[in-house]
Design a protein around this ligand. Structure first.
Ligand SMILES: Cc1cc2nc3c(=O)[nH]c(=O)nc-3n(C[C@H](O)[C@H](O)[C@H](O)COP(=O)(O)OP(=O)(O)OC[C@H]3O[C@@H](n4cnc5c(N)ncnc54)[C@H](O)[C@@H]3O)c2cc1C
Length: 460
């Protein structure tokens, strides 16, 4: 009998792993509290980061060459998937000033090392300008004047390896594919929602997970249970509380109509790249302060803008049994009724006034929070939980705001770790391992007294 695996969470991490494990002969059942079979991943109000019109695809990772390479591996797979799931619109990385920042210089140097330099165009570089014209990219090398005097333009790099993925459509594609392969899905309501782990004791007195109980009270036994519940993962398995924390990214949308012919054309993926702007240089601690990004319009006319300069925490009392808490609290997602604070919407407005001037003063069509699963060092967390015996509990989470682009390859690397652990061939093994000895960084050191805690009133 093939080993049975329960996966909790049918977002990008759960789906990608489900496909790869099924292809390797496992008997896989995926549970999710949302019923994606009904809405095809198109209810953008659900709290799942993967359920979204679009996500940035980029291979630009500064010094983190392992992600640059994983992204290029994923890019080939996205192209092979077809169906317009990946749109190579290019991405214009606008710098905080009229000079290229350190992260950009590191990215250029690492892309050059991997033979990708001819795919990127530095604004103002004459050779790059000529190449951009030859390759038909020159029209996307926009100029944006800096608001301050004296008159200068922001420095920019147009990266043509980048673009965006149609995240919800891609999830639906993977869901259908997984079903065709024979993965079973238990979706929606109490029958799909996780309630608890079935815990046993082994003969040598260790804890072991024997499956899950769903909220309808049904027990589902399995050899291994995988937690891939995104920003809810540590609420389900508190052993994860040292490794991850939920934080909120602020998102605002405009909507345009095909009858607005000029705007419809200008903001189409054919004419408009993804634009990211770092408002200010990274601070002394290396933290990004003030990033905003915008996507080309969707087929429905949605122009989505995201602010990730401040990721807001939401500290709540943690259950007493959690492995790690800060002043007895942990950050978990708030309900969908909580909307981005004015300070974040103002940051988006500033971006709009420079980069989307036609929308200055236009009311947002909608705003919302989208919940990140931040890990202590921005690396994913994909490994067995060592507190449980017999490889009975595995986690596949910690997307940290950059996991969506890896959908077509993430499961392959995760399955390698799942099957081979220390003997895994993937170069990601060490980055993604269970690491309770690693220092808590990436904002996770801040705790409930930090300035970005929504539960206390934010000052950033
Ligand atoms: C604002 C924002 C912007 C981002 N932008 C990018 C980007 O541009 N590019 C990029 O590559 N990545 C981006 N990311 C990251 C990317 O979206 C995530 O890494 C990825 O979607 C995480 O997938 P996941 O499967 O771990 O989590 P999720 O998508 O959250 O899926 C988790 C699933 O678990 C289910 N679940 C939760 N609790 C339970 C329960 N109790 N019972 C049953 N099911 C449950 C949920 O319903 C959900 O379907 C961004 C993330 C955010 C928040």
């Amino acid at each position: 009998m093939p080993a049975k695996v329960n996966i909790i969470g049918a977002g990008i991490f759960g789906l990608s792993l489900a496909v790869s494990l099924k292809q390797r002969g496992y008997d896989v059942v995926v549970f999710d509290k949302n019923d994606y079979s009904l809405d095809e991943y198109r209810n953008f109000e659900v709290q799942a980061a993967s359920v979204d019109q679009n996500k940035i695809f980029r291979a630009s990772y500064g010094k983190k060459v392992h992600y640059q390479r994983l992204a290029m591996e994923a890019r080939d797979k996205w192209e092979a998937l077809g169906n317009d799931l990946f749109v190579p619109s290019g991405m214009l990385r606008v710098q905080p000033t009229d000079e290229l920042g350190n992260l950009e210089l590191e990215t250029i140097s690492n892309m050059e090392r991997d033979g990708l330099r001819d795919k990127i165009f530095v604004k103002g570089d004459q050779q790059d300008a000529a190449r951009a014209t030859q390759q038909g990219w020159d029209a996307k090398l926009f100029s944006f004047p800096m608001p301050e005097e004296p008159a200068r333009e922001f420095a920019e790099v147009l990266d043509t390896t980048a673009g965006f993925t149609r995240s919800s459509a891609a999830c639906h594609h993977f869901y259908k594919w997984a079903r065709e392969l024979g993965v079973e899905f238990v979706f929606g309501g109490e029958k799909g929602a996780f309630d608890s782990l079935i815990k046993l004791q082994t003969s040598d007195g260790r804890k072991k997970v024997a499956g899950v109980v769903t909220q309808d009270g049904v027990e589902h036994s399995a050899d291994t249970t995988v937690i891939a519940a995104g920003s809810f993962s540590h609420s389900l398995v508190p052993d994860l509380s040292y490794h991850i924390e939920s934080s909120a990214g602020s998102v605002a949308r405009f909507k345009i109509d095909p009858s607005q012919i000029e705007l419809w054309e200008k903001y189409s993926p054919a004419k408009f790249p993804v634009i990211t702007w770092k408002k200010a240089k990274r601070d002394a601690a290396g933290k990004d302060v003030g990033s905003v990004y915008v996507f080309p319009r969707t087929e429905e006319g949605i122009i989505k803008i995201g602010y990730r300069g401040v990721k807001y925490t939401h500290f709540q009392p943690a259950p007493s049994e959690v492995a790690y808490s800060q002043e007895g609290q942990w950050s978990t997602p708030a309900g969908p009724e909580l909307k981005p604070p004015q300070i974040a919407l103002d940051a988006i407005r500033e971006f709009v006034s420079i980069f989307l001037p036609e929308f200055k003063g236009v009311p947002y069509y909608s705003t919302k929070f989208c919940w990140y699963t931040d890990s202590l060092d921005n690396e994913f967390v994909i490994d067995y939980v060592p507190t449980y015996a017999d490889n009975s509990l595995f986690v596949c989470t910690g997307g940290s705001g950059h996991g969506a682009k890896f959908l077509p390859v993430l499961g392959e690397h995760a399955a390698d770790i799942f099957m081979n652990q220390e003997d895994a061939k993937t170069p990601l093994r060490n980055f993604w391992r269970w690491r309770s000895d690693a220092p808590r960084k990436n904002g996770l050191e801040e705790g409930p007294d930090g300035p970005r805690n929504l539960a206390k009133g934010v000052s950033l």
